[in-house]
Design a protein around this ligand. Structure first.
Ligand code: C2E
Ligand code: CA
Ligand code: CA
Length: 641
């Protein structure tokens, strides 16, 4: 992973930029000087050659017009041309014609003149240009007229003087250019470095902060924990002394975020996340960091916090998440589950601290207890959950999840009036797992619709199988509230009933009140469609939900199942007895049947019957059993008392 520090502060960048700019400006100045010097030199050579050509023309015209002996006329011409500037240049002039050769040498060493003679004898095809002899340079031209051949060789003294002057000027100019270039380089590099730093800061912010809530993200947290914990503990390890300091990490996961998102749309989900993030942040002190790690999961790192203080903070965080949020004019409370891990008690690295807090959070979610502190036994559980989650796909494909059936009876005579289908996972290693071990996993795995349809399909197949044995027994299946968000649910049920030729009146759907109450409006139309289809609707676990009355009134269900929690101690707990009797009165006034679940002894059954409850379900009559056991019971006569 790219280190954030690299992105935020690249200190050598400015120096490197300045050096690069200086390098470029130096290079440009050098090129400028070299090119200018070369151009001037070439121009100087050309000018020198042209001057020599003029001289050659004069010499030749004089020779042609005098025509009185080569040596005499050449000498007079030479005097005329070169007489005045005796000191300036070395000259070698050679004129030849049939009658002979005249050579004029001035300002040159005798050896040089000999070199030229020899050179001209060896190179008869030269026309004009520059010659080099040893360290010295000479300009040369050759001209001919009326039989006269003239070779002129001249030292480059004047050119050298010019070039020396040019070089001097150029070096002054180049110093000025270099100075300007350096100044520009410094200004430009500081401007660029500033811009780059701004961009880097912006990038670092994007890379380390969540776009929606504006709070830091997982990358930021990893960096933070690395500096706070990992580096600190490794340097302490090497010094063989314990790390000073402590801290607590909280993993927070909202409980019903998916429902809000699915029923009210992503905009509402986003609004909820922002609101919750602000609330959580508001509950923290300035050194505690809130991080959104993705979806509906947040992490808080609270350095210096001990376990007792962490418990206090967890309580206030739970309260923040429990307070309703207004979305689309509805007060929604999503609730949250929080896991806490303490450094260094529970982990000695950032990563394991997160894993352990996550494990504790998972446990808190399962127990629906708000928050949990990490302990080792959670970790074993968590690993098992992870394994089961991975095995779920295959389980559905191999039909390892099977339905068991628990009879519902008439309390008057014990006759079986229907059954409830309850899922069991026949796990190849762990044996038969109850729904408590895997329903939550399914609901959090994104396979909830697939699972719902699987249960519907298995149930309708069983109804068809019983029908083929002349057993017409209503079957109630449990659906997760998430299944009601499946837009194709009603069509799927209708289609499957038709496919297996099962009347809708034999199918019952049990919905858990506590979970469903939040979504009352969004699922209303789907429930209405199911009723139109002829399916019976039941409210499960009645009494445990938050808004029972509004719920029953709006959903217009056929059956109410009062929760086992009230039945099990109704004979000793007056309050629970009162709730059972109120639920009965309520069911009567809404015109629906009431089923009491979890009846374990005869006294409960008799009391319920005396109170006017007609139907019951519980271990007193039968535990959930396999389908063939139900077939046998039914065929035997159907009464369970
Ligand atoms: P539930 O719908 O309230 O089902 C009743 C639970 O109480 C069943 O537990 C049943 O075995 C148990 N029970 C029945 N009578 C008695 C009794 O007299 N005493 C005691 N102690 N328990 C009794 P089970 O099968 O473990 O199911 C637990 C929950 O799992 C169910 O509660 C239901 O909410 C859920 N569930 C089961 N199957 C499915 C399914 O196919 N889909 C979905 N979405 N949820 C399911
Ligand atoms: Ca049920
Ligand atoms: Ca129940």
């Amino acid at each position: 992973m790219v280190q954030l520090s690299e992105l935020t502060r690249d200190k050598s960048f400015r120096t490197r930029l300045i050096l690069a700019c200086l390098g470029v400006s130096l290079f440009v100045s050098v090129i400028y000087v070299v090119v200018s010097y070369r151009l001037t030199a070439e121009l100087g050579v050309e000018t020198g050659l042209q001057a020599m050509e003029k001289e050659a023309n004069i010499i030749l015209s004089e020779l042609v017009s005098n025509n009185d002996g080569l040596a005499a006329s050449a000498a007079s011409v030479a005097t005329m041309i070169y007489g005045g500037n005796e000191e300036e240049a070395g000259i070698f002039a050679r004129v030849s014609r049939d009658e002979g050769i005249w050579v004029y040498v001035r300002g040159l060493k005798a050896s040089q003149a000999d070199d030229f003679r020899q050179y001209l004898a060896d190179h008869t095809d030269l026309a004009r240009g520059m010659l080099e002899f040893g360290d010295e340079k000479f300009l040369y031209i050759h001209a001919e007229r009326n039989g006269y051949k003239l070779d002129l060789i001249q030292t480059t003294t004047s050119l050298d003087l010019t070039m020396a002057m040019v070089a001097k000027r150029l070096s002054i100019v180049s110093v000025v250019v270099l100075w300007i270039a350096i100044w520009l380089a410094l200004t430009l590099s500081s401007f660029i470095a500033k811009r780059v730093q701004q961009k880097n800061d912006a990038l670092a912010k994007i890379a380390t902060h969540d776009g929606l809530t504006g709070f830091p993200n997982r990358r930021f947290l990893d960096d933070l924990l690395e500096t706070c914990i990992d580096n600190a503990s490794s340097s302490a390890d090497s010094m063989d002394e314990p790390v000073a300091g402590q801290g607590c990490l909280f993993v927070i996961d909202l409980d019903k975020f998916k429902e809000v998102n699915d029923s009210f749309g992503h905009a509402a989900g986003d609004k909820l996340l922002v609101e919750i993030a602000l609330r959580l942040h508001g509950a923290l002190s300035s050194n505690q960091v809130l991080v959104r790690v993705g979806g509906d999961e947040f992490i808080i790192w609270a350095p210096g916090l001990n376990i007792d203080e962490a418990k206090g903070l967890a309580k206030s965080l739970v309260e923040q998440c429990d307070a309703p949020v207004m979305i689309n004019n509805l007060a929604i409370n999503t609730g949250a589950s929080i896991g806490i891990a303490h450094y260094p008690t529970h982990a000695d690295s950032g990563e394991s601290l997160i894993i352990n807090a996550d494990t504790a959070m998972y446990k808190a979610k399962q127990l629906r207890c708000g928050w949990m502190l990490f302990d080792e036994s959670n970790a074993v559980d968590y690993k098992k959950q992870l394994r089961l989650r991975a095995e779920l796909t295959g389980a559905l494909e191999r039909e390892e999840i099977k339905l068991y059936y628990q009879p519902k009876v008439s309390l008057k005579d014990g006759d079986i009036i229907g059954v409830e289908a309850l899922a069991r996972w026949h796990h190849p290693i762990d044996g038969i797992l109850p729904p408590g071990a895997f329903i939550d996993l399914i609901e959090h795995s994104g396979r909830v619709q697939e699972f719902g349809r699987y249960i519907i399909c298995q149930s309708i197949k069983q109804l068809a199988a019983w029908r083929s044995q002349q057993i017409e027994l209503p079957l109630a299946l449990n659906l997760s509230p998430y299944n009601l968000l499946d837009p194709g649910l009603v069509d799927f049920i209708a289609g499957t009933l038709e496919q297996f030729d099962v009347p809708a009146s034999l199918l019952e759907i049990e919905l858990t009140e506590s979970e469903t109450s939040m979504n009352i409006e969004s699922i209303q139309s789907r429930l209405d469609a199911l009723k139109v289809l002829g399916v019976t609707l039941t409210i499960d676990d009645f009494g445990t939900g938050m808004s029972s009355l509004a719920y029953i009134a709006n959903l217009n269900v056929n059956i109410i199942k009062i929760d086992r929690a009230f039945i099990c101690d109704m004979l000793t707990n007056d309050k629970h007895l009162a709730i059972v009797s109120t639920a009965l009165a309520l069911s009567k006034s809404f015109g629906c049947k009431m089923v009491a679940e979890g009846i374990e002894d005869k006294a409960q059954a008799e009391k319920l019957l005396a109170m006017g409850c007609d139907y019951g379900q519980g271990y007193l009559f039968s535990k959930p059993v396999e389908s063939n056991a139900i077939t046998a019971l039914y065929l035997k006569g159907g009464s369970l008392v």
